[in-house]
Design a binder for this molecule. Structure first.
Ligand code: G3I
Length: 384
């Protein structure tokens, strides 16, 4: 088992300009008296972290003083929202645009925070650059695809390996709609999706032998993901059979209240099926990470108090299950503040109000969801 890097090596990427913060909005953050989510997680051997972006001070970015203060107070690990994706980094064959990811890496390092790397390969044509989708692999496509993939992975890990403790080596290779794999130009050239995954994990393992290597999935305990769960178990089994060096399953955990279960008044979930899935995952020797936690609230009523209580209740039920597994490591939130969260565009509410799926509201004040996250580790199993 690989151990996450325990320290940040010096990252000599850019000059001091990378650290410049373009604005310092006053934080309404009022939780300084509370133990941080990271301290609470660490008491049980885990870490708490969040996504962050590199844009201007109006977003959930390193430049937004209010957001940055919440993140540095609550987290010990960050993940770049888009900046380390192939589309953002590798703009033409062999040509890289590292500036935005550098900004996050240098800032994290200056704050004493480690990073998760997301993602060396998002195996969906939609999220690969056009030049990869249209790539001419020539007379020896398998060889050319392997070289392209390995060169990309080596370049990204070569740049950020010293500050990244854990990598999403491959994100989302399974397609639940078709009950199979996502194909891309890479999988067609290499002959199969499984071959793409194998090459990716071996390349990552060679480039960064100490980091945790993660396969990251978007499904979790909702009933509609039964087929996807089955495919993921199949894939995890294939990894073991082929000796593919995969250490952990990343469960994104964008949990959903997009319709209501009449028994609970919350989003539908299948605890029994989810526990057997988790049992099978850890039974194969994998660790588990919550990589992108937040809550979709589109089916909940407008009333803020009711909505916040139900979001917290639903999250707590999910976290209680996840934290009962000692194999669970990091817990990463996909956004700490509602206002800047991807859900506002991706799953907007019909009443036009902000989705309240993050631990902090748009006013930067802690919500019941934060309390749910803070109190869940108390009864949790110690991470192994
Ligand atoms: O930066 C451009 C801006 O210049 C342009 O004007 C605007 C117009 O559409 O687009 C902006 O880029 C958007 C980018 O987010 C930054 O906001 C892209 O269109 C948009 O597609 C992109 O969405 C990201 C999405 O992944 C796709 O990469 C979300 O921010 C990000 O939160 C989301 O994250 C994913 C994880 O990587 C994997 N798991 C699911 C999760 C949510 O979809």
């Amino acid at each position: 088992m690989r151990e996450p890097n325990s320290r940040l090596d010096s990252l000599k990427l850019m000059g001091g300009s990378a650290l410049a913060v373009s604005c310092r909005a006053p934080a309404a953050w009022a939780s300084t008296a509370l133990p941080s989510l990271d301290n609470l997680a660490r008491a049980k051997g885990r870490r708490f972290g969040s996504v962050i972006a590199s844009g201007d001070c109006l977003g959930g970015t390193v430049a937004n003083g209010g957001y940055a203060q919440i993140v540095t107070s609550e987290c010990s690990r960050l993940v770049a929202e888009n900046e380390m994706k192939w589309q953002a980094l590798h703009i033409a064959k062999g040509e890289f645009a590292f500036d935005r990811a550098d900004r996050i890496a240098v800032w994290a390092q200056s704050e004493g925070l480690t990073l998760r790397g997301h993602a060396l390969l998002w195996h969906r044509a939609r999220w690969l650059p056009d030049w990869v989708n249209d790539f001419d692999y020539g007379a020896h496509p398998a060889r050319a695809a392997e070289a392209l993939l390995v060169d990309h992975i080596n370049a990204v890990i070569g740049r950020y390996g010293s500050v990244v403790a854990s990598w999403d080596v491959v994100n989302e290779a399974v397609n639940d709609a078709a009950d199979g794999y996502e194909e891309t130009s890479l999988s067609r050239a290499l002959g199969s999706v499984e071959q793409v995954l194998d090459v990716s994990f071996h390349a990552a393992g060679n480039a960064t032998p100490k980091a945790l290597l993660v396969y990251n999935v978007y499904m979790s305990w909702e009933p509609e993901y039964a087929g996807h769960r089955k495919m993921v178990l199949h894939l995890l089994e294939v990894f073991r059979k082929r000796d593919t060096p995969v250490d952990a399953l990343g469960v994104q955990s964008h949990i959903q209240i997009s319709r209501l279960d009449p028994h609970t008044g919350l989003g539908p979930y299948e605890e029994k099926a989810w526990r057997s899935f988790m049992d099978a995952v850890v039974g194969m020797g994998y660790r588990v990470i919550i990589t992108e936690f937040n809550v979709r609230d589109s089916a909940l009523p407008t009333d803020l108090e009711v909505r916040d209580a139900k979001v917290a209740d639903y999250a707590r039920r999910y976290l209680d299950v996840m934290l009962s597994y000692p194999q669970l490591g990091d817990i990463m939130a996909w956004g700490k503040v509602d206002r800047y969260n991807w859900l506002q565009n991706f799953a907007p509410r019909q009443d036009g109000l902000a989705v309240r799926g993050c631990p902090y509201g748009s006013d930067h004040k802690a919500k019941p969801l934060r309390t749910a996250i803070a109190t869940a580790p108390m009864g949790a199993k110690q991470a192994s």
